[in-house]
Design a protein around this ligand. Structure first.
Ligand code: SAM
Ligand code: SF4
Length: 477
């Protein structure tokens, strides 16, 4: 199969980029693409972070706008898109596995259009592998190109060639694109794209580009509309939300945005992810003063050792991290704090790992995503010497998880006997006649009920039992 290469990724080009001056584009659909999907179905596989979930909602919106209908059966869909993640090697391995299954199906159903989107196509190596060994893939779309989906699908059908469009330059900010949100009461709201931090282990600045903030007017208008549509909760998304506005004119910051969004009438505001260095006093004050900003924070620390933190290019120390945590706990005493931690960074010693365990105890995390360091081609850490064996890395992860799991349990135990407000998501997978949802502190709570009219409502639940991964309670009203 021949390829139409509209643009290819380059890690070197990505490294040279500057984020300033990225235009905002208002999405419009060219009339020639209307209804190209009429009578056809689509399925999107989503991997990785909340940013990808939000991108999939936009792709679904665009596909439905041009006539496609959602299907839960990928093997019988006309268009299948894999929205991929490149953050760790095991994320990628899973995706190559699904592609293997689709390859067999495509032989039986040659009209099936298979597209790969998201972060993997932004990696040079992955795109080259796709072009060389995965010839049955029809569409390769980068993270910056969602808005071009109607044209790309049209071109792929018309030409019967593989269409590759992966931009290494910054993608424009796309406003007004249609979205099919997964939930009717909780919504993702992107406030910025990309990352300028360049942590030495991380591929994101290369796959997602430099930081670009949406205009505050667009964000506030989106949230006002969500309130009108009956949504109760928003989660503001960005790789480093605390850097919001730095690339825009003026001195409007993330803290200002929280105060403004609090006035929209939305009941619950969460945000992720924060960079500890950029978490500022105004943001912490907003958490204390704005009723809608939930008393919960995900603040990735990655390591508790100053030397490793320096090698990671995280730009803070154990002390500085703890100073921020202590200040925030002064302002929000019941704060539920969670984090991300990487073990087995190149040449990490046992003593350095022990410093991470010390920090976990000092910060009293109530949960964490814990990872073994995964080498990402093209990042600075990939060429650092590493003498830590795989067995040792796994052992460190296990020892860390014992402490983290205690934190989860303690975070639940503190609510036993209390009445909490649960935003109900739906029926619980934990047993028949049970429903579940999340509290302001983001604690998953199950309670007895089969009243589906509660979905999307905030109900009062008395917590009776604490488990490691969730709480159990009784409905009060
Ligand atoms: N921007 C966020 C931050 O800095 O916290 C989230 C970035 S990433 C999507 C989520 C987490 O993946 C990171 O916090 C880090 O712990 C982990 N991660 C990133 N690169 C990794 C790598 N090469 N190996 C293992 N874990 C990694
Ligand atoms: Fe990756 Fe660091 Fe940016 Fe997070 S802050 S996305 S870990 S480079």
């Amino acid at each position: 199969m021949k390829n139409i290469k509209l643009a290819m990724p380059s890690l070197n080009a990505a490294r040279m980029r500057r984020g300033n001056g990225v235009p905002t584009i208002r999405y419009t659909l060219e009339s020639k693409y209307e209804n190209i999907g009429a009578g056809k179905t689509y399925h999107i596989f989503t991997y990785g972070c909340q940013g990808n979930e939000a991108d999939s909602e936009v792709m679904a919106g665009i596909l439905e706008q041009i006539g496609y209908t959602k299907s839960t059966d990928p093997m019988n869909s006309d268009v299948v898109i894999l929205n991929t993640c490149a953050i760790r090697e095991n994320a990628e391995q899973r995706i190559w596995g699904v592609l293997g299954q689709l390859k067999g199906r495509k032989r039986e159903k040659p009209d099936m259009l298979i597209g790969i989107a998201g972060c993997m196509p932004q990696e040079e190596n992955a795109t080259n592998k796709i072009l060389e060994s995965y010839n049955f893939i029809d569409l390769v779309i980068g993270t910056h190109n969602k808005g071009h989906l109607p044209k790309l699908i049209h071109d792929a059908y018309k030409s019967k060639m593989k269409v590759v469009e992966v931009l290494s330059c910054e993608g424009e900010i796309l406003e007004d694109a249609p979205k099919i949100r997964e939930s009717k009461h909780k919504a993702w709201v992107n406030i910025m794209f990309g990352c300028d931090e360049f942590c030495t282990y991380c591929i994101v600045p290369y796959t997602r580009g430099r930081e670009r903030s949406r205009a505050k007017e667009d964000i506030i208008a989106e949230v006002e509309q969500l309130v009108k549509d009956g949504y109760s909760e928003i989660t503001l998304l960005g790789q480093n939300v605390n850097a919001y506005g730095k690339d825009l004119e003026g001195d409007y910051t993330f803290g200002d945005l929280l105060y403004d969004l609090d006035k929209t009438g939305i009941k619950r505001i969460r945000y992720t992810t924060s960079h500890p260095r950029d978490l500022d006093e105004k943001t912490m004050m907003a958490m204390a003063e704005c009723k809608s900003v939930m008393p919960q924070l995900h603040l990735p620390v990655q390591s508790g050792d100053d030397y490793i933190l320096k090698k990671m290019n995280r730009k803070y120390t154990f002390e500085q991290y703890m100073t921020k945590v202590n200040r925030l706990k002064e302002l929000v005493p019941d704060l539920a704090l969670t984090t991300d931690i990487i073990v087995g960074f190149p040449n990490e010693t046992e003593e350095q790992f022990q410093n991470t365990l010390k920090l976990v105890q000092a910060a009293k995390f109530e949960g964490a995503f814990t990872f073994i360091y995964s080498k990402r081609e093209g990042t600075p850490a990939a060429i650092m010497p590493d003498d830590v064996s795989e067995a040792e890395k796994h052992d460190r992860l296990n020892r860390l998880n014992v402490l983290i799991n205690e934190g989860y349990l303690n975070g639940h135990k503190r609510f036993v006997g209390e009445v909490v407000e649960v935003l109900v998501d739906g029926q619980s997978k934990n047993g028949e006649g049970m429903m579940c949802g999340y509290t302001p502190h983001l604690k998953l709570t199950h309670f007895k009920s089969d009243d589906l009219s509660l979905v999307g409502k905030i109900v009062k639940v008395k917590v009776t039992e604490a488990k490691t991964w969730f709480m159990i309670g009784e409905l009060c009203e």
